[in-house]
Design a protein around this ligand. Structure first.
Ligand code: HEM
Ligand SMILES: [Ca+2]
Ligand SMILES: [Ca+2]
Length: 301
């Protein structure tokens, strides 16, 4: 009683093309939508499962919580839903639209696609307090591993899915503490490449605008490739949580495998990313008669 391929084959055969063209149009107009939608899906699946709880508006819904404050692309899901309601009213869940949009965002940025099993139903609750279990920018590897394993994802999934940071940006506010007075040392995080430090300091001056955004995978921020892992090896991970994946021996081994280091069993990033996304997309899904099919994605019926 899970998700499956071809779920809308008879009830809404054009669902994939409709979502794809909405996502394509949005990204053409604003490339930052691609990372926005990919991250949105992660933050949906980790809180009450992949059930579109992230999309609900309201005073204390998940959306209003700090870890979700910088998400973008909600209007793209709403637009796809509006089109689907004219083509096949009352049939396609917002949770499935988000799962497809995340995949399409990867394809649009040059990644390899994967078949998306469908049949998720939309959830009935969305509470800001439930976002506490999302991984944080300063989580050590042990905590990242635990948060992923709580959702049925292993260490390889963690390293593969963190590869999403091959596209997109981060706000200075979430990592500039590493650049100036890390852990009250009056100096930078010693694990940052000293040649990379001036670049980051220029982009995020001490006491400067915390909302300024920096590429997570320079200079390949718009391409869905494995260059993120090379940055980790070169001690150029921007977020502390990313840098930590290199500094821990277990996760470093996976980074090296994604880099195709000789002597280790190689892993192809784009293939493994899709596999892990299918796993993530099945976290605590509601199917059958659970939940509902929302009429609009930002409110419960
Ligand atoms: C331990 C796990 C993770 C942590 C701690 C983490 C943390 C973060 C943080 C702090 C940002 C910057 C947000 C901002 O400033 O707007 C970010 C960005 C991003 N994350 Fe993650 N992340 C993790 C895993 C993932 C996963 C599993 C995915 C998707 C599969 C993902 C996709 C993204 C994307 C695409 C961005 C760029 C967002 C944009 O440009 O708007 N992350 N992440
Ligand atoms: Ca959810
Ligand atoms: Ca990249």
């Amino acid at each position: 009683q899970g998700t499956r391929l071809g779920f809308y084959r008879t009830s809404c055969p054009r669902v994939e093309t409709i979502v794809q063209s909405a996502v394509q149009a949005a990204i053409r107009n604003n490339p930052t939508i691609a990372p926005g939608l990919l991250r949105m899906f992660f933050h949906d699946c980790f809180v009450n499962g992949c059930d579109a709880s992230i999309l609900i508006d309201g005073a204390s819904s998940e959306k209003t919580a700090a870890p979700n404050s910088l998400l973008r692309g909600f209007e793209v899901i709403d637009a796809a839903k509006a089109q689907l309601e004219t083509t096949c009213p009352g049939v396609v869940s917002c949770a499935d639209i988000l799962a497809l949009a995340a995949r399409d965002s990867v394809v649009q940025t040059g990644g390899t696609g994967w078949p998306v099993p469908l049949g998720r139903r939309d959830g009935l609750v969305s509470r800001a307090a439930d976002t506490a279990n999302l991984p944080a920018f300063n989580d050590p590897v042990s905590v990242q591993v635990r948060k992923f394993s709580d959702k049925g994802l292993n260490t390889q999934d963690l390293v593969a899915l963190s590869g999403a940071h091959t596209i997109g940006t981060a706000a200075c506010a979430l990592f500039s503490y590493r650049l100036y007075n890390y852990n009250n040392t009056n100096g930078p995080d010693p694990t940052i490449d000293p040649a990379f430090l001036p670049t980051l300091r220029n982009l995020c001056p001490n006491g400067g605008d915390g909302s300024r955004r920096v590429d997570l995978d320079p200079p390949s921020v718009g391409r869905f490739d494995n260059s993120y892992y090379a940055n980790l090896r070169n001690r150029r991970g921007v977020l502390e949580s990313d840098a930590a994946l290199w500094n821990d021996p277990t996760t470093q081994r996976f980074v090296n495998r994604f880099l195709g280091v000789r002597g280790l069993l190689g892993l192809t990033f784009n293939v493994e990313f899709g596999r892990s996304m299918i796993k993530m997309g099945n976290i605590e899904v509601k199917t059958g008669t659970q939940g509902q099919i929302r009429r609009v994605c930002n409110a419960i019926n």
